[in-house]
Design a binder for this molecule. Structure first.
Ligand code: NAD
Length: 294
């Protein structure tokens, strides 16, 4: 069998970012992204820094509100209320996870749904499940963009999503359903996972377990999207290296596959900036809420 086509993320992310830059330039003023983080968790600091840099590179305004880890919930909610009311702010992102004394639910519910560029507000979650994707969680949006860019079909495909987190698995299933795939959502309690995944024309794996999916679990010729990012020992110089949820030997069976790293990962920030422009377009009356870009 010929080896799988590699679905590289960086060229897809670049294409999406140039579309973002062009759409941003057509607006009366640059879309503006406000990001809030609490504390100094190194991963959160680095994610927010990366988003801020990319936003500026494509002509968006960006501001980071770095608050102490001990910030009371009421103070965080007051900042969100100010950002909601500020017409110059198009999108608001609160970097997760939050410290234990802050309710994630309270924070996500407080963000104006029209500025909810992470797509986690229940109104946007509901719109997505109702088949009207508007502001969509960024990793699922990135996955669909990647499939579209590489010309891989979605409508009518038997899609299996492994993992049901609110950030990746569930919204990916909803988005594939909105795009007319026949969707199965598998998870930690699924019996005989291999029998389920072998049904898939399109297999999306978002679990966080290195090499959970092995070649015999994949239908020959299937498209495999590996969302997993796992740090495992054995990299150069004894350091950890990154690997996905899909075993590398699956490339010998699949028709197309995303690498890890360099697959879905780069699309996530690009999708966030696309959401920021979508939010700005809605606020400028240039887009009807509920009418998806694609
Ligand atoms: P999560 O821990 O919130 O959810 C994991 C899901 O996997 C759960 O729904 C659970 O039911 C399911 N699961 C666990 N064990 C299973 C098993 N043996 N069989 C089937 N299902 C099982 O994780 P998450 O936030 O959805 O992230 C999943 C992975 O994707 C992680 O490796 C994460 O680092 C990665 N991730 C990547 C990106 C990106 O590329 N931009 C973004 C988000 C998450």
């Amino acid at each position: 069998m010929t080896p799988a086509r590699v679905l590289a993320g960086p060229p897809a992310a670049d294409a999406l970012l140039s579309d973002v830059a062009a759409r941003a330039a057509r607006l009366p003023r640059p879309p503006h992204l406000a990001m809030v983080r609490l504390g100094d968790d190194p991963a959160s600091v680095s994610y927010v820094r990366g988003k801020d840099r990319r936003a500026r590179e494509v002509g968006l305004g960006s501001a980071v509100y770095a608050l102490p880890e001990t910030t009371p919930q009421a103070e965080l909610l007051a900042l969100i209320a100010r950002l909601n009311a500020d017409d110059a702010v198009s999108g608001i992102l609160v970097q997760l996870p939050l410290p234990a004394h802050v309710s994630e639910q309270a924070v996500l519910h407080a963000i104006d749904p029209r500025k909810d560029v992470d797509g986690f507000h229940p109104l946007n979650v509901g719109e997505l499940w109702a088949g009207r994707p508007t502001l969509i969680p960024c990793t699922p949006a990135g996955i669909l963009y990647l499939l579209d860019l590489y010309g891989l079909p979605v409508a009518g495909q038997r899609a299996v999503v492994v993992g049901r987190s609110p950030i990746v698995g569930r919204p990916t299933a909803a988005l594939l359903l909105a795009r007319d795939a026949t969707v199965t959502l598998a998870h930690s309690r699924t019996r005989d996972l291999g029998a389920v995944t072998r049904e898939a024309d399109l297999l999306v794996v978002a679990v966080g377990q290195p090499h959970l999916i092995t070649p015999e679990m994949v239908r020959p010729g299937a498209t495999v999207i590996d969302v997993g990012i796992n740090r495992v020992p054995g990299g150069p110089g004894g350091k950890a290296h990154l690997t996905g949820d899909v075993h590398p030997d699956v490339a010998g069976v699949a028709g197309a596959i995303t690498p890890v790293p360099g697959g879905v990962g780069p699309l996530t920030i690009a999708a966030l900036l696309a959401n920021t422009v979508t939010a700005a377009e809605m606020q400028a009356g240039r887009r009807v809420p509920g009418a998806s870009a694609r």
